[in-house]
Design a protein around this ligand. Structure first.
Ligand code: PMP
Length: 288
């Protein structure tokens, strides 16, 4: 494996950053998780745009243009001969002093890891996933806005621990008003009376690239898709529920808080959208 750090490639054992990097000291930095399918980087431009928006929101100047970043990601895939896999793109604040202020960090670091993908077990896609609602609320929009894909993921990790204590892979996070925001690493959708609903970004959800793709695909397939504040009641009475994410793709959910959702099996609409998504990954993306 060859790992890109600031324009150079390093073997895995030699790919190291400073212990004074504020990415490590304070979670001060931003990242993206991107998929590669059939030697194409899926939705690369969308991920790069979000990365630069996240960076702008935390006043982090990425030391290269968006076009240069696109070229670097494609090159990292080439160097690793990646045909199918997962890219972790990270920009840290860089090394500085021990104080909080980012002013001491003069050079942000760009890291690209192009690797194999570690998926949820296949069985979860076939039989559907069981999830819980976490007691940990999603970060406040006015605290660390969940729209910023920052290296500070403790909010999500705390909810993920709750999921794992309950024997689940994922957990739903509510915002401080009690509305559903998203899961720890995936966006959430439901089907009710034939209409597809997902929480609005103002609920405290990440602007998921897969979320956007699935909304487009669903509309193309003739479904009505609405962004609406959802409560746990809405989830419990839904016909279908599924999660979306670059890593996870589309995951059917069949139980929430031990309650059976719909028929208790992956729903028809979920399967149809999954097929459409899969078809898109075969033909779309930035060639390597
Ligand atoms: N929400 C959170 C908190 C995430 O970290 C992610 C990415 N893993 C998502 C949603 C899904 O976003 P995307 O479809 O862009 O991968």
């Amino acid at each position: 494996m060859k790992i890109y750090i600031d324009g150079e490639y390093y073997a895995k054992e030699d790919a190291k950053i400073s212990v004074f990097d504020h990415g490590l000291l304070y979670g001060d930095g931003v990242f993206e998780g991107i998929r590669v399918y059939h030697s194409r980087v899926f939705k690369l431009r969308e991920h790069i745009e979000r990365l630069y928006f996240s960076a702008k929101a935390i006043l982090l100047n990425i030391p290269m243009s968006e076009e240069a970043m696109i070229a670097a990601v494609v090159d990292a895939c080439r160097q690793n001969q990646l045909e199918n896999g997962y890219i972790r793109l990270i920009v840290t604040r860089g090394a500085g002093s021990l104080g909080l202020s980012p002013n001491s960090c003069k050079h942000p670091s760009v890291i690209i890891i192009a690797n194999e993908i570690q998926l949820y077990p296949r069985e979860l896609y076939e039989k559907g996933m069981e999830i819980i609602t976490a007691a940990t609320s999603r970060n406040l929009v006015n605290a660390i806005n969940p729209a910023i894909k920052s290296l500070n993921y403790l909010n999500n990790i705390l909810a993920k621990i709750e999921a794992s204590h309950a024997g689940c892979e994922e957990a739903i996070m509510l915002n401080s008003d009690g509305f559903v925001a998203e899961c720890t690493g995936d966006n959430l959708f439901i089907l009710h009376h034939g209409v597809i609903y997902t929480p609005p970004l103002s609920s405290g959800a990440l602007h998921g690239i897969t979320r956007g793709t699935v909304m487009d695909l669903a509309r193309e397939a003739g479904y009505t898709v609405e962004e609406r504040n959802l409560t746990r009641y809405d989830l419990y009475i839904a016909q279908e529920c599924f999660l979306t994410g670059s890593g996870a793709e589309i995951v059917p959910v069949v139980k929430i808080d031990r309650r059976v959702i719909g028929e208790g099996a992956p729903g028809k609409v979920t399967r149809e959208l999954d097929e459409r998504y899969r078809a898109l990954t075969k033909v779309s993306g930035e060639p390597i």
